[in-house]
Design a protein around this ligand. Sequence first.
Ligand SMILES: *Cc1c(COP(=O)(O)O)cnc(C)c1O
Length: 408
Amino acid sequence: MSEPADATQTPLTTTSLPDATGHFGTFGGRFVPETLVAALDELTAEYEKAQADPTFHEELDGLLADFCGRETPLYFAEQWTKKLGGAKIYLKREDLLHTGAHKINNALGQILLAKRLGKKRIIAETGAGQHGVATASVAARFGMECIVYMGEVDMDRQHLNVVRMNLMGAEVCAVTAGQRTLKEAVNEALRDWVTNVRTTHYILGSALGPHPYPMMVRDFHRVIGKEARQQIQEIEGKLPDMLVACVGGGSNAIGLFHPFLEDKDVKMVGVEAGGHGVEKEGDHAARFQGGKLGVLQGTKTWLLADDQGQIELTHSVSAGLDYAAVGPEHAFLQDEGRVDYTFATDDETLDAFKELSSVEGIIPALESSHALAYVKKVAPTMSPDQVIVVNLSGRGDKDVEQAAKYLL
Ligand SMILES: *Cc1c(COP(=O)(O)O)cnc(C)c1O
């Protein structure tokens, strides 16, 4: 194996993708109303300038450290490893970050861009509320007006996060269209942006949407993989055999995977929401199991749609994975055979949620528990000298009430 590069030396973007038009192979791109093209061009240009500006990185790194709590530990889950009796399992502890999940890495990066662009009004969409909370937090920190679009159903399910956003000064705008969940919230945010694009920056919450979002969101989360790469080499003296992460839009997964993509011996597995099982439409959100190629909310990717191209209903026990489309770079990596995509059902997920809580004393987010469910299956089939790094994308405080309904 070649000598791995020092993680601190890797620039934010190491591979050549996406291309100048925002495509990862045939996936990605920019399918938006004309009024947004200029704003997306402006954002792309400012992002490139910021990348080349040391003061931008200084401010970002400083706040990632002191405001958010980076670097996050890479924790050897010794008890769980013993229990499963196979590969050594390490948890990348994004659950310890400020506001409770990886989402703040991206929200912080984007608000610094908004500041550079002179925009004073921030909008965001949110499903479970984690991205809304992260955005409300950074908007408060920078004294910006913040409006978060959230489906009415999600506002009910995630009331605590609505209160958190309000406390930090954000206005939570109830979306009453359609299924009243994440997809409709994104539509509403895009509509707002079209109307107010001169004063407003849209902090999109996953590696989705029109170019440059999938690239930019990925780059702000690459810190996860860069740290993990250095940490595992310090601890184990080698690279991991396998990386595992859950995949909603795909931001925490691409953040972990991307700095390892050139390491051919590192296997990578993305875990989607299998819900009640992937056989029946409407029962799950596993886009790589029976999804179709199509365009949703600005990007070309795999999505769950019927034969007429109408977006199907989705289901998952975790609101954060309950979305009909997957980030375009994941579609590309699946096509290339570089990353494997599988799923965990609600039952398997709840089982893993309970097991990590009781064995390690760490309550994981239900989203992250999908990744843990796969680890629970695969670790016992591997040998004790092999190493798995799994991304613990968030903490489960927000989920305990819902989990209690199933488990207690
Ligand atoms: C939002 C969220 C996810 C899903 O989003 P990705 O963009 O796929 O990472 C996963 N885990 C947690 C804890 C989340 O809050």
